[in-house]
Design a protein around this ligand. Structure first.
Ligand code: HEM
Ligand code: HEM
Ligand SMILES: Cc1cc2nc3c(=O)[nH]c(=O)nc-3n(C[C@H](O)[C@H](O)[C@H](O)COP(=O)(O)O)c2cc1C
Length: 549
């Protein structure tokens, strides 16, 4: 039996060494896209030449990019899903005042749909007429109305966005010296972040993934942190994911020969050094300069399997170019309401050599992130005498998330791809695992989307336990695998899921920060040895105390 010493954290560490492929154009680094500080707007030198401290900054820069990505998510209340009537009704007359000087007080007066101004790079824009067709949504502009939005704007939009979308006549003028000086010196929060950033220590001083989250909070703006850490609604699903693992204990066995331990396994027929894969997460490019390609390179070096998000920052074409010879990439699909578009997308992925299609089934509409909205309202409270100017409640349907998805679509995807494996991601009850198998899926992911789809959705570990009770045959099926994700942050979490019958687990958030490895190496191997287990086939429910699950 081969000795393995790779686990979740050493794989993450390997990603730290991932250098960008020469074939991949490097996007500008936004180390502090949403809160300023050192590194803003610089371009990335070769990642492989970065020192440890640079990497630490880089990591924290990743968290800084979070705000941008989440804004993108809240931006899903786009014009197509918002009831536009309400917006149009409130929209004011177009102004065309030309270049005059504007004070921050005057800017602040234009903060609702009747007249909505924002300042970017010192220029004040009247976007009243633009709001209704803002691709990022109406609400987000209302939340930032009457303010300097330079940092947050730059974190989300490509250069040239203003020029392409706003007419010169919408330029009101320039902020006055006082306002510009205030922006340059930074507000209370910017200063707090700068202090936290200056006090950062090197990557080697961080012991676990959880530590990283703790430190990241210090160098994030409040808004950034809300976007990063928030779950759906009351966040019971988000907390439940983690708590499920915490409620399970291990029953170790001793006096067994555990000199050699093997963590390797097969995922969809492919060899994997350990039973986990990189779960698809959207828009990594807002948080690291080469986006998902960082994971591709790291995964290529370590032999792990990556699933690219449908809404990734880097295209599947780019990822396929960057991958190592023989490296396999899965592709995650959000089914478009327009099935012609969906068919084209799926075919394209198959032609590019995607190993499998991961159909995400748990987001038939977009969820409500209360933490984000509450934070936003706290920072921008509506004056008591101000008339209601918010858009009508959006439907939160999006063309990208077809709410009419059905089980028969599994066969349709197979037909379109000519038979690629299909994995149904986001299954939350054992009955649906049975249906997935009956309808030809090759695997399922028990998942509640990292606590960000349906609040109170069962912790996936519990769903896994239910399968063991009600349909145990599905867990020992050579041709059908059950994966689990959500809240998995350490080797023992993986072991617990495997003991309950999972074939492998997915890591979402940890790989967003995957430019570096955090935490101890060989954690899973150590745990297996301490449990008296030599390989993952030996893991079973008898090693767990699950009475509190
Ligand atoms: C100066 C006025 C603004 C203009 C002209 C503008 C323009 C745009 C455009 C053209 C897009 C589509 C980008 C794409 O398809 O890649 C977009 C998306 C977006 N914008 Fe804005 N925007 C403005 C202000 C803002 C502000 C102040 C915020 C938030 C603080 C914001 C948040 C967003 C978000 C979240 C998206 C969605 C990004 C995505 O789906 O990838 N925008 N905006
Ligand atoms: C607690 C950690 C997080 C959880 C549980 C979480 C979960 C989710 C969920 C459930 C969605 C719904 C839409 C989708 O999956 O496509 C989403 C969207 C998104 N997330 Fe987060 N996320 C987290 C952190 C982050 C971070 C760190 C980033 C950026 C680096 C990010 C970027 C995005 C983006 C860009 C979307 C939009 C995708 C879309 O609507 O199609 N998220 N996230
Ligand atoms: C930032 C972020 C973006 C995500 N984007 C996607 C996505 O585009 N497609 C998808 O199927 N799942 C997406 N997910 C869900 C993950 O694939 C996975 O189910 C979840 O993150 C697992 O939980 P964990 O983050 O606790 O490991 C996203 C999760 C996060 C955190």
């Amino acid at each position: 039996m081969t000795k393995r010493s790779i686990d979740a954290f050493s794989a993450l560490r390997a990603l730290r060494l991932a250098a960008p492929s020469k074939r991949i154009a490097r996007a500008p680094v936004r180390l502090s896209s949403n809160h300023g500080g050192p590194g803003s707007g610089s371009t990335a030198p070769s990642l492989s030449h970065r020192s440890g401290r640079d990497w630490a900054l880089m990591l924290f820069g990743i968290s800084a990019g979070v705000a941008g990505t989440y804004l993108w998510q809240t931006g899903k209340l786009g014009p197509s899903s918002v009831k536009l009537d309400a917006v149009v009704k409130h929209a004011g007359r177009k102004t065309s005042k030309g270049g005059r000087i504007v004070s921050s007080e005057e800017l602040g007066e234009h903060s609702d749909l009747t007249s909505l101004w924002v300042a970017v790079d010192g220029n004040v824009w009247d976007v009243t007429d633009f709001v209704a067709r803002h691709p990022g949504g109406v609400q987000i502009l209302i939340d930032h109305a009457g303010k300097d939005v330079t940092q947050i704007f730059r974190g989300i939009h490509a250069p040239g966005t203003i020029e392409k979308n706003l007419a010169e006549s919408q330029l009101v003028g320039r902020l006055d010296e006082q306002a510009l000086a205030a922006i340059a010196s930074g507000d209370h929060e910017t200063q707090r972040i700068a202090r936290a950033r200056a006090a950062l220590f090197g990557v080697d001083s961080v012991v676990t993934l959880n530590d990283f989250e703790k430190y990241a909070q210090g160098v994030c703006s409040d808004e950034c942190w809300e976007y990063y850490s928030g779950g759906a609604d009351s966040e019971h699903a988000l907390r439940g994911n983690r708590e499920a693992y915490d409620r399970v204990f291990i029953r170790p066995r001793v006096l067994r020969d555990v000199k050699e331990v093997d963590t390797s396994t097969k995922i969809l027929g492919m060899d994997s050094p350990a039973p986990f894969y990189i779960s698809p997460t959207a828009r990594n490019g807002w948080s690291n300069p080469i986006g998902e390609v960082a994971s591709t390179i790291g995964a290529g070096r370590t032999g792990f399997f990556q699933i690219l998000s449908h809404v990734a920052s880097r295209s599947l074409d780019e990822v396929m170019q960057a991958k190592a010879d023989g490296q396999k990439i899965g592709w995650q699909l959000y089914m478009n309401m327009d099935r012609d578009i969906a068919a084209r997308e799926i075919k394209h992925a198959a032609e590019l050599g995607a190993q499998s299609i991961w159909l995400t089934a748990d987001l038939s509409c977009l969820m409500k992130n209360v933490r984000i909205r509450s934070g936003s309202v706290k920072r921008n409270p509506a004056p008591a005498d101000k008339p209601i100017s918010r858009p009508d409640k959006p439907s939160r349907l999006s063309e990208r998330h077809d709410p009419s998805l059905q089980w028969a679509d599994i066969a349709w995807i197979k037909e379109v791809t000519g038979g690629l494996p299909v994995v149904v991601k986001g299954v939350g009850s054992w009955e649906d695992v049975v249906l997935a198998k009956e309808n030809g899926a090759d695997a399922v992911v028990l998942s509640n989307h990292g606590g960000r789809a349906l609040d109170f959705a069962n912790p996936p570990l519990k769903t896994l336990q239910d399968i063991g009770k009600h349909a145990p045959g599905l867990l020992k099926d050579d041709k059908f695998q059950v994966f689990v994700d959500g809240g998995i942050r350490q080797g023992t979490d993986i072991i617990k899921a495997l003991c309950l019958g999972a074939s492998a687990v997915g890591l979402g958030r940890p790989f967003i920060f995957a430019a570096a490895g955090w935490g101890p190496d060989g954690e899973m191997e150590i745990s297996m040895r301490l449990m008296g287990v030599k390989n993952i086939q030996e893991l079973g429910p008898e090693y767990l105390e699950t009475s509190r699950l």
